[in-house]
Design a binder for this molecule. Structure first.
Ligand code: B12
Length: 383
């Protein structure tokens, strides 16, 4: 039933069709396609109207930020709606709850008053309730309010603690070297690990990945600058190339893999790790990097004829675009479409249930797991 006001499924519950759902992942009823189309048409106007309402209501407070303040308000509201889209399309309420918790953390760490966050969500809800067909408007407003209630009730933003258990003790030293921009020390930590017999895939998973996740947390908490984050990423990318040059790939097993970050995803390092792991396992890998436009990606699939396509999705707001891309691929290639494996933080957060929403074939949590999943997907493929 689309027309009911969405209700949050209790944490640990399932979807209405009884399919397995990642524990703690809250869902709502999605909007039907015509409701989604109406939402899309109204997005820009909603942002403009709610931004105006803020500036009219809090004129004195917003005055001091000038034109840039107005632009920032509009950007923030547009971002809210980006993250609302997977809620409306797939019913993934939790993505919006997590996003609001994350945004709260960003604002609080930068001493920006957070009270307006919940208010902005409420005003968006009021806008859509007033401007859409009543049944669709009720779903959009209900989703926004349910997400806001989930955010207000939540104690703290999710952390990467579980992943850090995978980290080697020297990951802390590696992270310190990245923060200091000390390539010599960073290289020394990596070299010691590889001299001890660790593979590049292990080094990437247990040194580089945890350090980058921690750096993300530090950026979120306003404990480091954007420049430092860029520097750390660039250093890791250079070290990955060094590590690759001292690793010997398995013999060519004749398998071909095409890897890309979906349009809008600028996070390429994780997928580069997947590329390294698949290359070292004997596959011929084409790695297209960040933010690949859908039409260019389809064309490359047609030309390269991979046995497997791997796509990386970092933010949940990128899931609707992934679904559209997979539909386009199926339309262009029909039965000849190769299997598609997806991964990245958004996929790990939502869990394997996301496959059904977007129409992909498999997921893997990290680069090591990607090698096994690739072998399973491509029949007769060597691990
Ligand atoms: C570096 C970085 C950037 C760089 C990326 C540069 C580059 N060339 O990659 C830049 C500056 C571009 C960037 C931009 C932004 N970022 Co950023 N970024 C990061 C950071 C610090 C590290 C990313 C990374 O390399 N991680 C390490 C890799 C190894 O991990 P991974 O990607 O998860 O990959 C592993 C698995 O997921 C899996 N995997 C990945 N892809 C695939 C694909 C397949 C097929 C398979 C099977 C597996 C798989 O295997 C990988 C290896 O094991 C993260 C922190 C974090 N937690 O990751 C934030 C982070 C992801 N960024 C964040 C944000 C908010 C942004 C921006 C919105 C910031 C802004 N306001 O501009 C933009 C968005 C850009 C966009 N539209 O994509 C947030 C996201 C929060 C959220 N969940 O909503 C994070 C988590 C930081 C934080 N803690 O707040 N970012």
């Amino acid at each position: 039933m689309f027309h009911d006001v969405p209700r949050a499924v209790p944490a640990g519950g399932g979807t209405d069709d009884g399919s397995a759902m990642t524990p703690q992942f809250q869902t709502t009823h999605p909007l039907p396609p015509e409701g989604l189309a109406q939402f899309q048409l109204l997005r820009d106007d909603a942002v403009r109207a709610v931004a105006e309402r803020f500036h009219a209501t809090y004129a004195a407070e917003y005055e001091r930020f000038g034109a840039r303040g107005r632009e920032a308000t509009r950007e923030d509201l547009a971002f809210h709606l980006e993250f609302l889209r997977p809620v409306l399309e797939f019913g993934l309420l939790q993505t919006m709850v997590d996003y609001l918790r994350w945004t709260h953390g960003v604002l609080a760490a930068r001493s920006v008053p957070v009270a307006h966050l919940a208010l902005s969500v409420e005003w968006l809800a009021e806008y859509f309730a007033a401007h859409m067909d009543p049944a669709h408007g009720a779903v959009v407003a209900g989703s926004l309010r349910a997400a806001c209630a989930g955010y207000v009730a939540a104690a703290a933003a999710p952390t990467v603690a579980a992943l850090l258990e995978e980290a080697w003790p020297e990951a802390a030293q590696f992270e310190a070297a990245l923060l200091a921009g000390n390539q010599r020390d960073a290289l020394a930590v990596m070299t010691r690990s590889m001299d001890r017999g660790a593979t590049l895939v292990e080094v990437e998973r247990r040194l580089f990945q945890p350090a980058l996740y921690r750096i993300g947390e530090r950026w979120h908490a306003n404990l480091m600058s954007v420049a430092q984050e860029h520097m750390a990423t660039a250093m890791v990318q250079a070290l990955m190339a060094v590590g690759l040059s001292r690793s010997t790939p398995a013999a060519d097993n004749g398998r071909r893999v095409l890897l890309a970050c979906v349009a809008g995803n600028h996070h390429s390092v994780g997928l580069q790790m997947v590329a390294d792991a698949l290359h070292l396992s004997g596959r011929h890998v084409q790695f297209l990097g960040a933010n690949v436009p859908a039409t260019a990606l389809v064309q490359q699939v047609i030309e390269f004829k991979p046995d497997l396509v791997g796509l990386s999705v970092m933010l949940e707001s990128q899931l609707p675009g992934l679904k559209r891309f997979l539909a386009l691929l199926a339309e262009r290639l029909g039965d000849a479409r190769p299997p598609v494996m997806i991964g990245g933080m958004a996929v790990n957060t939502v869990g394997a249930v996301v496959l059904g929403y977007v129409g992909a074939d498999a997921t893997a949590v990290d680069a090591s797991a990607a090698v096994g999943a690739a072998a399973d997907l491509v029949s007769g493929g060597a691990a």
